[in-house]
Design a protein around this ligand. Structure first.
Ligand SMILES: C[S@@+](CC[C@H](N)C(=O)[O-])C[C@H]1O[C@@H](n2cnc3c(N)ncnc32)[C@H](O)[C@@H]1O
Length: 253
């Protein structure tokens, strides 16, 4: 059965194929708490929470965390880990194009490029849902690949690295017409077994995101080049966009 790419690749292959690129999630959570001055007791949703790398440490820090993901396999890993560590997180299997809980959250996190997987209208729906689900004054943090770095210079790249289980070949191809990046990861294990997967992500510019976020009732407050508040430049590897849910017109004075 062939589904959309994002319905099929987030399975047991994912940690081997993408784990080597992941940062230290515990450290990233510390950085997020500092960057956004998150208070204990904050109500947080991690959209595309995966294996709960960030949701679990956030809950341990005293946040009330909901982790949303489409992949039952990823959620299964998250549930097991949370159970073993005695941490309480609400795990929800739902599509982020649909997930919406009006006015419930202080903070929405979208980490490690978990946004941009769909058609433009659907990506907009994700942001519209976030806008509706945040409290007024609530915050959205989008941690994305830096569009400037890839798209302005059209840098395709290939890289092979040694990882504990073998050789990991990564390639990135940008399509200027669709403004999408295709990232292919191929792992050749020491036993000769080859596994691979391909990401297909719409890479948005800052201007595009500002427009989409405004449509969703949010305003961009800051853009950083990393979760540790590096300045954002064309050379930044990441684009960390912090937006705030505007007040409803009816509740403004
Ligand atoms: C790149 S992974 C990042 C996971 C996690 N944020 C992390 O940093 O480890 C993206 C996640 O988004 C989830 N995902 C993909 N499509 C989704 C959808 N339509 N709705 C909800 N989650 C989705 C995947 O299952 C996967 O766990």
């Amino acid at each position: 059965m062939q589904g959309e790419w994002f319905e099929t690749i987030f399975d047991e292959r994912y940690p081997e194929l993408f784990g080597p690129l992941e940062g230290n999630a515990e450290k990233e959570v510390e950085e997020i708490l500092a960057l956004l001055a998150v208070r204990s007791g904050s109500v947080v949703v991690d959209l595309g929470c995966g294996r709960g790398r960030h949701a679990i440490p956030l809950a341990r820090k005293g946040c009330r965390v909901t982790g949303v993901d489409l992949s039952e396999k990823m959620l299964g890993i998250a549930r097991t880990r949370a159970h073993m560590e005695g941490v309480s997180v609400e795990w929800v299997r739902e599509d982020m194009r649909v997930f919406r809980r009006p006015g419930e959250f202080d903070l929405c996190l979208s980490l490690f490029t978990s946004f941009g997987y769909f058609r433009d209208e659907e990506n907009q729906s994700v942001l519209d849902n976030v806008g509706a689900s945040l409290k007024e004054g609530g915050t959205l943090l989008l941690d994305l690949r830096n569009a400037g770095k890839g798209l302005s210079r059209l840098e395709n790249w290939d890289q092979t690295i040694e990882v504990p289980s073998g050789k990991l070949r990564m390639s990135m191809r940008f399509n200027r017409r669709t403004m999408r990046a295709m990232a292919e990861h191929v792992l050749i294990r020491q036993d000769g077994i080859r596994i691979s997967s391909t990401f297909d992500v719409r890479v948005y510019s800052v201007d595009e995101l500002e427009t989409m976020l405004a449509h969703a009732g949010m305003r961009v407050k800051n853009i950083f080049g990393s979760l540790s508040e590096d300045p954002f430049t064309d050379e930044s590897g990441r684009m960390v966009v912090v937006s705030v849910r505007e007040q409803e017109a009816s509740s403004r004075r």
